[in-house]
Design a protein around this ligand. Structure first.
Ligand code: ADP
Length: 450
């Protein structure tokens, strides 16, 4: 069975979010970091592939070019439907990039119609009468109105997308969606006749997304946040199953690398330290002074890895971070710490770490790049939106890795994530034992009747 769904996500964590939802709906998913070079990996064994781009805030022509490259690659795998994934707060400007990318994909796919909905009710994103709500307030009244790159001051998605599109934008409203897939399809036919290119679709519940998913089965292109992933896999007969999230058995040492300075991560580091577990604090000022901080962190890790997970962290409370940033510069401090932690991650893998938790969005990007990881198989979810993944290292070994951005996860996330992997390995072993027992019994019964 080949690739069913080919997805193009406009940023990395958004890609993981979508991949995670698809896995939970029963598809086996591989997430690729950027478009593979020279056709590498075209034979990827999965039901869906998500290509993570960084096209949310680049100039529109660049976003279009990258998205079309991703489309070409996905089509070469035989993907039957394309899913363009953007943020559930519809992050964009008048120049794009949601409208221009959508229309470029439509042209390349030779289709005159698609749908658009950022709705993700489980995360408090709902669309009603074309207006996007974030929790209980309109998008334009949410924190998104102050976003530095993509301030969202209009909640009416028909007008937001209309301003970015050359074709008319329409609406499939909640009364139609509530009436089911047949009614949605009939409305699509009407809108198509009126010359509408993209229709914003209302959705206030998961049921709405399931109905929409069934209705858009024949569309070559769908565009959405990660919510629509709830409704699509059933079109190919997939249903939720732990098998979709199965990863190879984990092995090796365990470590955590944390470069996130967010509140949640500060709590997680404190909790880990309170448990008296081995931890090495990375001081940016020492890095700036030319000390071999990564080397010392690795020497510390080498002597503690046998005792369980080792934490290497630069995580500090906001005041300490401000102080460092004041002395070194914000970007310079960030870059120094990211490069050091990336080297630490590389060294940890050389020391035999095969289960790695990384905290911090930017930190994750630096670590993944340093380790030469180009793709992740998405496994079971540890916390909402944060799955364990398995990555092939350049030398062919498997690394279990989870990439936790900023404010995700409860206080015990670090230890809980390893416990999760243990539990999963047990479940997996139990399932294998069950199956072996069944096969034994069947063989025995066969023997009796023979
Ligand atoms: P988050 O997901 O929490 O935003 P990121 O990794 O995306 O985490 O961003 C944190 C940024 O702060 C990174 O650039 C990181 O290198 C930088 N950083 C980490 N620790 C410190 C520190 N102690 N002082 C200054 N900057 C730091």
């Amino acid at each position: 069975m080949g690739i069913r769904l080919g997805c193009i996500a406009d940023d990395f964590t958004g890609a993981t979010d979508l991949a995670n939802n698809l896995v939970r709906a029963g598809m086996r998913v591989v997430q690729l970091i950027d478009v593979p070079q020279d056709g590498a990996g075209r034979t990827v064994d999965a039901d869906a592939v998500v290509i993570a781009l960084k096209s949310r805030t680049t100039p529109a022509p660049e976003a279009v070019e990258a998205s079309l490259r991703a489309l070409d690659w996905l089509r070469s795998t035989g993907a039957e439907q394309i899913y363009f994934k953007y943020c559930s707060t519809f992050d964009s400007t008048r120049a794009g990039n949601i409208g221009p990318v959508t229309e470029a994909l439509m042209d390349a796919l030779g289709t005159d119609f698609t749908v658009a909905t950022p709705a993700f009710p489980d995360n408090g994103r709902t669309v009603f009468k074309g207006h996007l709500f974030v929790g209980d307030v309109l998008l334009s009244e949410s924190g998104m109105r102050h976003h530095p790159l993509t301030p969202m001051t209009d909640s009416n998605l028909v007008s937001v997308l209309g301003a970015q599109s050359t074709r008319p934008v329409g609406l499939i409203d909640h009364t139609v969606v509530a009436a089911g897939a047949g009614a949605i399809r009939a409305r699509v036919d009407e809108l198509r006749k009126e010359g509408v290119g993209t229709a914003i679709v209302d959705a206030v519940s998961n049921d709405d997304l399931v109905r929409l998913g069934a209705a858009v089965r024949e569309l070559p292109l769908v565009t959405a946040g990660s919510g629509l992933a709830i409704g699509l896999p059933a079109n190919w007969g997939f249903e939720p199953s732990p098998a979709a999230a199965r990863l190879p058995s984990p092995g090796g040492h365990r470590a955590i690398v944390s470069g996130s300075v967010s509140t949640a991560t500060n709590g997680q580091v404190l909790e880990f330290l309170r448990g008296g577990r081995p931890a090495f604090g990375v001081d940016p000022l020492r890095i700036a002074a030319g000390e071999d901080v990564a080397g010392r962190a690795l020497a510390f890790a080498a002597s503690h890895l046998a005792d369980g997970p080792v934490l290497v962290y630069s995580t500090e409370a906001p005041d300490a971070v401000k102080n460092v940033q004041g002395r070194l510069g914000v970007a310079e401090a960030g870059e120094l710490v990211e490069q050091t932690l990336a080297r630490v991650a590389q060294g940890l893998v050389d020391l035999g770490v095969r289960q790695l938790v990384v905290a911090g969005g930017e930190t994750s990007g630096a670590v993944v790049q340093a380790l030469g990881i180009t793709g992740l198989r998405i496994g079971p979810q540890i916390d909402p939106g944060v799955p364990w993944c398995a990555a092939d290292l350049p030398d062919g070994q498997t690394l279990h890795i989870t990439l936790k951005s900023g404010n995700f996860g409860g206080p015990d996330f670090f230890t809980a994530s390893f416990a999760h992997l243990d539990r999963d390995a047990h479940l997996d072993r139990d399932a294998r034992l069950d199956r072996d027992a069944r096969l034994d019994r069947d063989a025995h019964l066969d023997g009796e009747t023979a």
